[in-house]
Write a protein that binds this ligand. Structure first.
Ligand SMILES: [Zn+2]
Length: 361
């Protein structure tokens, strides 16, 4: 019992930031390439591309002050300790276990921190930023290596970030009244029309069909009636998709697509959601866009936009078309080729739909 209480008092916060990517082999070198803690309290990291990061925070105990640490795959060559200043007691780089690297930032006792508001933001596929303390503290920068400056002016996805605590909150889908709502999900393309073809031949039709089927499963579990415009690889023109939807009593229509950039530029990534008109369509688009961004750290927010796509223009219920990433983009494609990420996207779309239904359905 005492142990349990102690654990409770421990205030152990666990953040987990994941990107689906191969985990580096144990004998590889550290994925941490450079880091810098700046005078404004922002920690910036540069890693190998598409690294799995895990970040943790632990309240002070008898032995240590408040600590924030990030674990990286790959083994650190030279464990070392760097003396802090201002609010920072010390920074340690170590290998907590074989094949791992850990960057620990230990704070001085009197430092005020608000870890619940911390957000790790992916700047691109190999750079990360998190604000740890307020600039009211005098602090001289500490860092090793060169954390490259941002190139270009893409609006970075600021919402996405840490999925907080052990229970990933995106897995907690809101409840809606059972057997009340009906939704049509439209997996784009199909059959002879594969849609976008991306890096390593990844096909839009396959990605969006799998995502759509998971969305259907999740919504069905919540007591929402779901119809798919196609269940397999069939070539389905746009008008039949619309008439199918219009002949149902569906409350909403959600068309799921993945993007391709002109010239197949690998540096173009991002998510966007379209609606045709009306506040309901716009609200649905906003809810979905917000959620898909949360599971796609580092991928740019291309926004909620008005679009005149056939399927959203001609359906008579609130309708949106969601683009879940660029199959031609290095960052998005790497994720979308994995079922784990398709599941996350499906959870996110489902969450957006349920939030919409509970508010406006
Ligand atoms: Zn498409």
């Amino acid at each position: 019992m005492t142990k349990f209480l102690n654990n409770k008092l421990f205030h152990f916060l666990y953040f987990f930031l994941f990107l689906n990517c191969p985990i580096l082999p144990v004998n590889s070198s550290s994925a941490l390439a450079a880091w810098e803690l700046k005078t404004n309290g922002v920690l910036e990291l540069r890693t190998k591309s598409n690294t799995n990061l895990k970040a943790y925070f632990q309240k002070a105990n008898n032995k240590y002050g408040d600590r924030f640490w990030v674990d990286f795959p790959g083994e650190l060559k030279n464990p070392r300790l760097i003396k802090g200043n201002g609010p920072i007691k010390e920074i340690r780089l170590g290998k907590p276990s074989i094949g791992k690297t850990r960057l620990v930032i230990e704070f001085r006792e009197e430092t005020y921190l608000s870890p619940l508001t911390w957000r790790m933001v992916g700047l691109d596929q190999n750079r990360w930023r998190i604000k740890l303390f307020e600039p009211k503290y005098t602090f001289n920068r500490i860092g090793e290596g060169f954390v490259q400056k941002r190139i270009g002016n893409l609006k970075t996805n600021q919402n996405s970030s840490f999925i907080k605590k052990r229970s990933y909150d995106y897995l907690q889908l809101p409840n809606v009244q059972k057997n009340k709502y009906s939704v049509v999900i439209d997996p784009g393309h199909g059959g002879l029309d594969p849609g976008a073809i991306g890096i390593r031949g990844i096909r839009e039709t396959d990605v969006v069909l799998e995502v759509s089927k998971i969305v259907k499963k999740l919504l069905t579990e919540k007591g929402v009636k779901v119809r798919l415009t196609r269940k397999n690889e069939v070539d389905l023109d746009l008008p039949p998709r619309v008439s199918f939807a219009n002949n149902t009593d569906a409350d909403i229509f959600v068309s799921i697509h993945a993007n391709a950039s002109r010239g197949k530029r690998r540096d173009i990534n991002g998510l966007e959601t379209y609606y045709f008109k009306g506040w309901r369509g716009r609200l649905l688009a906003k809810k979905i866009q917000k959620q898909i961004l949360r599971v796609s750290p580092g991928s740019p927010d291309r926004g909620v936009k008005q679009g005149r796509f056939y399927v959203i223009k001609n359906t008579r219920m609130p309708a949106v078309l969601v683009e879940i990433g660029f199959l031609t983009g290095r960052l998005d494609a790497r994720r979308l080729e994995k079922t784990a990420h398709r599941k996350r996207i499906a959870y996110a779309i489902t969450k957006g739909i349920l939030e919409y239904l509970s508010k406006a359905g």
